[in-house]
Write a protein that binds this ligand. Sequence first.
Ligand code: AMP
Length: 218
Amino acid sequence: MKALNVIMLGPPGAGKGTQAERLAKERGVPKISTGDILREAVQQQTPLGVAAKGLMDAGRLVSDDIMIGIVKERLGRPDTASGFVLDGFPRTVPQAQAFDAFAQDRAPIHVVLVDVSEHELIRRLTTRRICGTCGNNAEPDAQSQATCSRCGGAFVQRADDDEQVVRERLAVYERQTGPLVAHYRTSPSFHRIDGNASAERVAVAIRTALGVSERAMS
Ligand code: AMP
């Protein structure tokens, strides 16, 4: 079967993490979230985590060199042979240029832009809760649920989902990640998806754009 290689692009809060997770699970390929990799490093207090924590808490980006190294190493692992779904990378034009070069032999690489209005992004991010133990997102319609359905951990607000930090993250997105749309827009494997709809409808739109059918999740 042909490999399915996908970059999920979109502002923080667009739901790209949720969609990336869903698609990866359905297709049996790894979801590679650079935010998750960094949060794990912070939790384990590795040198990477110690260096990244302050930047992440302030809503700023970790350096391109570090991020490129992380993703290059991760894509070198055998579990990506039948594809991958990248969430949160590339985030700057230099990251995209480096990625285009080292992933050249993996074409086609689909780029899915999940587009959501700013008002809705702020609402979603400032009310979002994640599991403090495994990082799982709380279901939006179950914000009041006390514990994570996956591991039983308690839900917490991400430090960078504080409203002031959210506004900084959106500004950083506009400035540093926005230009990536121009970088990829003319590619035949670029797909713009309306992310204002429900997660279910967005998932259908993504599958349609990628030309893949629904599969039972394991
Ligand atoms: P995310 O979970 O994708 O919203 O990422 C959380 C934070 O991790 C970001 O606000 C950045 O500080 C950092 N981060 C994640 N991915 C990248 C990346 N590709 N380049 C730079 N910083 C990143």
